[in-house]
Every structure is written in C-alpha cells, then in structure tokens.
Design a protein around this ligand. Sequence first.
Ligand code: FE2
Ligand code: FE2
Length: 294
Amino acid sequence: MSNKEFTSKEINPLGSLDEWEDDLLERYPDPEKIATAKTTEAYRNYEEPARDTVREFYRLNHTYQTYDFVMEKQRQYLSFDKKEMAVWDAFEFLNQLVDDSDPDTDLDQFQHLLQTSEAIRRDGHPDWMVLTGLMHDMGKVLCLFGEPQWAVVGDTFPVGCAYSDKIIYAEFFKENPDYNNPRFNTQYGVYSPNCGLRNVHMSWGHDEYIYQMMKDHLPEEGLYMLRFHSFYAWHREGAYDHLCDDHDRAMLKWVKLFNPYDLYSKNPEPPDWSKLKSYYTDLIEKFLPKTLKF
Ligand SMILES: [Fe+2]
Ligand SMILES: [Fe+2]
C-alpha cells in the first residue's frame, strides 16, 4: 500500500499533530489541574469541529494500520538509509514540522521535547531519563518523509491479533481488513500467550521509529518509555496483559512514570535555552553518537 493512494485529506486529517495530543488531555486530564479546580479547558479552547478531525484521524488510523502495512513500514524505515544528521541538526529538521493551527501554544516540537526533559530533570530522575524525554518525539520526522499523520502519531496498538475494546474509537477497526482475517482476528493471532511485547508488532508510528533509532544508546527502561509511550490501551487501560511477560510488567511502571511528563509538561513559557545548552550538549555527548541515522 503506497501513500500515493491517499488524498491530502486522508494524509493530513488533523489541522496539526498536536490535535491528537490535545485530545489525549481530554481523555486523561492532569490530576493536578483537577485538584486545583482548573479544567482541561485551560489547555484547549477550540470548537467542536476539531473533535471531528480527531475522529476522522482515528478512522483512518484504525482502517489502514494493518499487519501488512506495519511490515511494509518496518522494511521501509528500519534500514535507516534515508538521512544522516548531527543530533542538533536533527532537532532543526524536526522543527520544520510547524503547527499553525494549535490554539494552545506556539511552541515548536523542540520546545515540547525540552519541556518534557526539563520536567523530568526537575524531579531528580536519572540523566538517561532526561535524554529519553528530549528524544521521545523525534520519530515525528516521519511526517517530513511523507508519511500520513495516522502513520506517525495516535495511540498505538498491537497488529496481528484481536484489537482491544480499550483502544480509543475501537469501533473503527471493523473497517480494517485484518478484522475479518482469521490469521489475525483471534485473541493471540500470530502471537502466543505471554510471548512478551518484544515479539509483538505495534502499529507503525513515531514510537517504534525512535525506539529503533535509540536502541543501542539508552537503558532498557528508557527504551520501553520510547517504544510504548503512545500505547495507552496498555499503560493507562491495562489491556494486552495476555501478550506480556514478567519483563514487560516490570517495565510498565517506567512507562507509567514517563507518561505524565509527556502529557502535562506543556507550558506557554519556553525554557531559557541559553542556560540549558551546555547541560544538553554534555548529555547528548554522553549517550549518543555524533550523528543519527534516519
Ligand atoms: Fe509522542
Ligand atoms: Fe510527546
């Protein structure tokens, strides 16, 4: 299935990638904001039609993320032969993704990464977790390689087995050809009981891509944070335990620890980069090679 078959509305159903994340905040509001009697309205104030675009986004995502689609994207991207960039150039490249319709914040992708990593650092977590925060959405460069939004962001889920009804808009999976394929539509599908998530193929998106890019450079806990940060059906809803092994269950707490930093660190004030640059230069040098392959 090539992208050419999709119309521009099917490639970019959302006004911006952030619409998906804003919708996540509606589903999983910041407990601290609730405690202080502020509502998620503080985060978003756009009108109903935006919600329709999120719905359409999930319809496309659930319809087209088949097992075969995921295999094709793995072949296409996991050879990392598209581009090679110094880490700082990669952040600039990512920032070409401009969201002009986001009502919440004019901050670019890099500011979200920096706010996430700074929130992690403020709480005294280890440096590898700070770096995980800094890198976690780098995979969104997939959009710049021409991938449709629904193959870059959105909740992720296992392909090749029955879909959990805990996945947002699960009713749209009826449109997915795998839904009626006996190879893929049983509880375990192509997998076996408690086979471990390492043996499971997730829907294609920015999580899997950045995980594969970082897998030789970060500790296992950080790699789980990267690979599964959008797997809400697992880390927020408790689904798919039947595919997990004890290692996954041990790692789940790290994925849960990471999630609030991603969701709730957005702030209209950009961090003072001049004060931070030397810390992050050292951090990147400690863990990452001089260039990253895309
Ligand atoms: Fe993300
Ligand atoms: Fe994020």
